[in-house]
Design a binder for this molecule. Structure first.
Ligand code: SF4
Length: 257
């Protein structure tokens, strides 16, 4: 092995596992991935990783990993070349389009697909097949939150930076098990708790996140709207609302009452 191939190379990138988007360095030697190292400049995770991020490199070179297309022939999957697979996809899509027109086709991307690839797929669907049947599986989990965020804050995405968790007066985690599902987001909540910020977890399940709460509120599944309405009713009835904030920054409060 030449000296060049013995050198370790650090490539900063983003953990592919969950929506927290932690920064990390992939470590390679020659053409082989050999590990992951912290990327301390990432403001999201400050060099920390959960076990999923710390081991994300291991699957890349696993012998069982699927790296070539498989085509089913006579009921059995057989390895094929990319050219053969792409030709088959083109043939099948063209046939379906000829028979049923644009509505006969639908295109769906994974939420692990990067923006650029999603863009390329929708372009292919709209331009080559004149169809608007394009979707992404993020709709299943993020669709309701986009609607809720847009109505509440005017934007279908987060409205403040991650570190604002540490500037809160109170943290309410409703139906979120961040400690397990998004561990580096859960870490921020733990930091906030250490700082003395009270944490309330509202969840039917006594999750690891609920275990760290100062107050845990359990409700029966499907009764969360009743619980939210009840809390609003109590706040208004007792006159506990922030009147100045409501007057300055919200609309429709009288309708809510
Ligand atoms: S919390 Fe864990 S899985 Fe999620 S992005 Fe960070 S390292 Fe990856």
């Amino acid at each position: 092995m030449s000296d060049e191939n013995l050198q370790l190379k650090y490539t900063p990138t983003t953990c592919p596992y969950c929506g927290v988007g932690c920064g990390l360095n992939l470590v390679s030697q020659g053409n082989t991935l050999v590990g992951v190292e912290p990327y301390k400049r990432s403001p999201i995770n400050e060099g920390k990783l959960c076990p999923k991020g710390a081991t994300c490199w291991e699957v890349v070179q696993k012998p069982g990993r699927l790296t070539k297309p498989l085509i089913k022939k006579d009921g059995k999957f057989e390895e094929s070349s990319w050219d053969e697979a792409i030709d088959l996809i083109t043939k099948k899509f063209t046939e379906a389009h000829k028979q049923g027109g644009p509505k006969a086709l639908g295109f769906h991307t994974s939420c692990r697909t990067v923006n650029e690839d999603c863009y390329a797929l929708q372009k292919w669907a709209r331009v080559a097949f004149q169809t608007n049947n394009v979707d992404n599986c993020a709709r299943i989990c993020h669709g309701p939150s986009v609607a809720g965020l847009s109505l509440s804050f005017g934007s279908g995405a987060a409205t403040n930076p991650f570190e604002d968790v540490l500037n809160s007066d109170l943290i309410v985690m409703w139906g979120s098990n961040a400690v397990e599902a998004h561990p580096l987001a859960g870490r921020r909540v733990m930091q906030a708790k250490k700082k003395g910020i009270p944490v309330v977890v509202v969840d039917p399940r006594y999750s690891p996140t609920a275990r760290l709460a100062d107050k845990y509120i359990r409700f029966n599944p499907s009764t969360h709207i009743a619980l939210a309405n009840n809390m609003m009713y109590y706040i208004i009835k007792e006159g506990l609302e922030d009147k100045a904030f409501i007057a300055e920054r919200t609309k429709g409060f009288d309708d809510l009452k």
